[in-house]
Design a protein around this ligand. Sequence first.
Ligand code: FES
Length: 123
Amino acid sequence: MTSWITICDTCKTEGWSEKGTETTDGAALAALIEAAAEGQPVHTRRVSCTMGCERACNIIVQAKGKIGYSLGKFEPTAEAAQAIVDYAAMHSASETGQVPFRQWPVGVKGHFVSRQVPLPESD
Ligand code: FES
């Protein structure tokens, strides 16, 4: 099951207002992730606020039937975007959504906020 990267496009990191730009940090990170995700086995989508505002920038990696993860405290950089996409591609390839720690891209380490176990198959 292909994994999704859900990106909060309204996140603003500390000091955003001094940057003098209309573009939020979340929107900037979303654009970088979307570019890095081209041709990769991941889907992307944007949402406005995942209720983790104090940990901006926030993203979620999830897929049906797999463990999902919320990650935060990203800066809107190409390096962060690449690490997120690389990690999501590993999540995509994993049957359960678990990726061994030794395989995590350096850029996602220290950014995990929560884990969501998948719902049971039956109602
Ligand atoms: S604005 Fe991004 S989590 Fe609230």
